[in-house]
Every structure is written in structure tokens, then in C-alpha cells.
Design a protein around this ligand. Structure first.
Ligand SMILES: [Zn+2]
Length: 330
């Protein structure tokens, strides 16, 4: 009790503050998303995500060597195929854009882990996350038909050499379907990171430019979660744990710190990732460009808050800068 108890005593000296800091960031906390496009030629700047590009396969080697040299352990891949169709054929092909990218990265930076996003929105001409059907006058993604092609997509990534697959489409049963397909194809050792609680969020705006994956009609609210719901997230993650998910994910991160905390509290034994999404990145970049926020301090505070909430790893577009800043403070 005051005046005997004075918490300011341990804040007086920088060494005291660093000794008793509860949450520390390290390069091994980060996964960096990469966008890989078909063809050859110049990198395509993603205007709403400064510093990020759509890279063709030929540009990957230099990029991933830089990422590995910074100490970032893993990348997660999103693909922009040459041809899109109703069932996302490129996504299940061994010569699709993602298998090509996986092979190129493994050649160039063998120490880097390659995680692949498993979903169809970048590969379908309608931009939805699976096979679309019309039932009773309503057009929607057919859950169970999509499970079958999700399994094939995951196996194509595994055959190319992916170290982990990450289903993001919020289909019911997706983890079990992918686990069964991988095991049947001889990949029982390959971990699954499930986008277990993924919300229908406005913060994905810049990503849709980056991945050219905006839905051509409707929205994703029949499969992604309502931002108002947290208890439902616990049901989603419980199911994914039972289906065999090795890692869970909450996406987005910053508006969902309570969900991260609840998921970690409910499943402390299961590793948890959080996705610091494109809109969260773009807000900081835009404010920093205007001189309204200090980008370094703001970013490190955001990342620290995500880890403090309970995330073990953070998927972030700020991974490279964060590693440079962390090295700088040593
Ligand atoms: Zn999707």
C-alpha cells in the first residue's frame, strides 16, 4: 500500500526496466507474408502497402536471402496465378504458382521455413474461397465440395516442399479434410496452421489489392466470422484442435486482442499465431508518412501488444523493419 509500495521504483533505470520487462520481441516471433505473381518482369509495387511488392519467381531468391539474413524464420506465401477459373485450377496443380515459388525459395534459402496459404480466393475468377453453387436462389460457397479441393491443394504444396500449410478459408471441417489428404499422400509429418478464428474484417482492404482476391459479388460473411463474436471463436478453435490443427491463428490481430487472449487462455498448450493484417500495417504506414506517428515506436508497440495478448508468433508485413529495429537497440 502507498506510501510503502511505490511501483515507480523499478521504473527509474533503463536496466531495471529491461530486467523486468514481461514481453520481449525477437526475430523468431515473426512470419513475413510474400505475394508471388506469374510470369517474368518487374516487381509490382502494392500501393497501399509501402515496401511490399508482387514478386515473380525470378525475384524470390534475392528477397528470401535477405529475409533469412535478418533472422526471420518463416515466410507465408500467397499466389497470383496467370489464369483464374471457377474452381481455382492453378491452386491444385503441381506446376501452379505456389509450388513454383516453394521450390524456388527452398533452393535459394534452405534454412527458411516455407508456409503456404491454402485457400481459393486468389485462384477463382469469382474471388470466393471455394466452389460457388446456387442453392434455393442463394449463391454461396459449397462447404463440402471445397473440402475436397482444399485437400488436393495442400498435397500439391507438400509435394513442392512446403514445411507447413495454413488453411484460411473458414470452411467447416477444413483441418480434418486437409489432415486426411496429407496423411493419405505420405505427409503425416507436415503441420497445419489453421486460421481458426478469422473475421470478416474491413482491415483486409490492402491485401485484396496485393493478392487480387476481392470477391466479384457478395462478401465473405457466410464463412468468415462476425466481428462482434468472441465466444464463437472459442467453438471454432475447439473444433480445429479436435480436427488436428498443430497451430491456431486469430486474424486480424489489433482489433481482436481480446480474442487472442481468450484463445490462449482456453488452449494454453496449443501454439497460437496472430495475423497483423494489411490494414493494420497500412494505417501505421500512412500515419507515419504524414508525420503523425513514429513508425518504429508504434510498430514495436503494436507487435508487443499482440504478443502480450497471447500470440506465440506474429504474421506481419513489418517483420523486416522490426528485425532491423530490434537489432539496433542491442
Ligand atoms: Zn480465401
Amino acid at each position: 500500500m502507498f506510501p510503502t509500495t511505490r511501483l515507480r521504483r523499478l521504473r527509474q533505470h533503463p536496466q531495471l526496466r529491461s530486467m523486468f520487462r514481461e514481453t520481449e520481441l525477437a526475430p523468431t516471433d515473426f512470419i513475413l507474408p510474400l505475394f508471388v505473381r506469374f510470369g517474368r518482369g518487374e516487381r509490382v509495387l502494392i500501393s497501399s502497402m509501402p515496401g511490399h511488392f508482387q514478386l515473380t519467381v525470378e525475384h524470390l531468391a534475392a528477397e528470401v536471402r535477405e529475409i533469412a539474413a535478418l533472422g526471420i524464420p518463416a515466410v507465408i506465401l500467397f499466389g497470383i496465378p496467370e489464369h483464374k477459373d471457377a474452381v481455382g485450377s492453378d491452386a491444385t496443380s503441381d506446376s501452379g504458382i505456389i509450388p513454383q515459388a516453394v521450390r524456388a525459395i527452398r533452393d535459394a534459402a534452405p534454412e527458411l521455413l516455407v508456409i503456404t496459404d491454402v485457400c481459393f480466393c486468389e485462384f477463382t475468377d469469382h474471388g470466393h474461397c471455394g466452389i460457388v453453387v446456387e442453392k434455393q436462389g442463394r449463391t454461396d460457397v459449397d462447404n463440402d465440395a471445397t473440402l475436397e479441393i482444399l485437400g488436393r491443394q495442400a498435397v500439391a504444396h507438400a509435394r513442392a516442399g512446403a514445411h507447413m500449410v495454413a488453411p484460411s478459408g473458414m470452411m467447416d471441417g477444413m483441418v480434418r479434410a486437409i489432415r486426411t489428404s496429407l496423411d493419405g499422400a505420405g505427409f503425416s509429418h507436415l503441420p497445419i496452421m489453421s486460421y481458426a478464428a478469422k473475421y470478416a474484417s474491413a482491415f483486409y482492404g490492402p491485401f485484396r489489392e496485393a493478392a487480387e482476391s476481392a470477391p466479384q459479388f457478395g462478401d465473405r460473411r457466410t464463412y468468415q466470422m462476425d466481428p462482434a463474436n468472441a465466444r464463437e471463436a472459442l467453438r471454432e478453435v475447439q473444433l480445429d484442435v479436435e480436427e488436428g490443427a498443430d497451430l491456431l491463428m486469430v486474424k486480424p490481430a489489433l482489433s481482436y486482442l481480446d480474442v487472442i487472449h481468450r484463445v490462449k487462455s482456453a488452449h494454453p498448450e496449443v501454439p497460437l499465431a496472430a495475423y497483423n493484417v494489411s490494414g493494420e500495417f497500412a494505417m501505421v504506414k500512412a500515419a507515419a508518412a504524414n508525420g503523425w506517428l513514429d513508425e518504429r515506436r508504434t510498430t514495436l508497440e503494436v507487435l508487443t501488444s499482440i504478443k502480450r495478448a497471447g500470440a506465440d508468433v506474429i504474421i506481419t508485413y513489418h517483420a523486416k523493419e522490426a528485425c532491423r529495429w530490434l537489432a539496433d537497440t542491442l
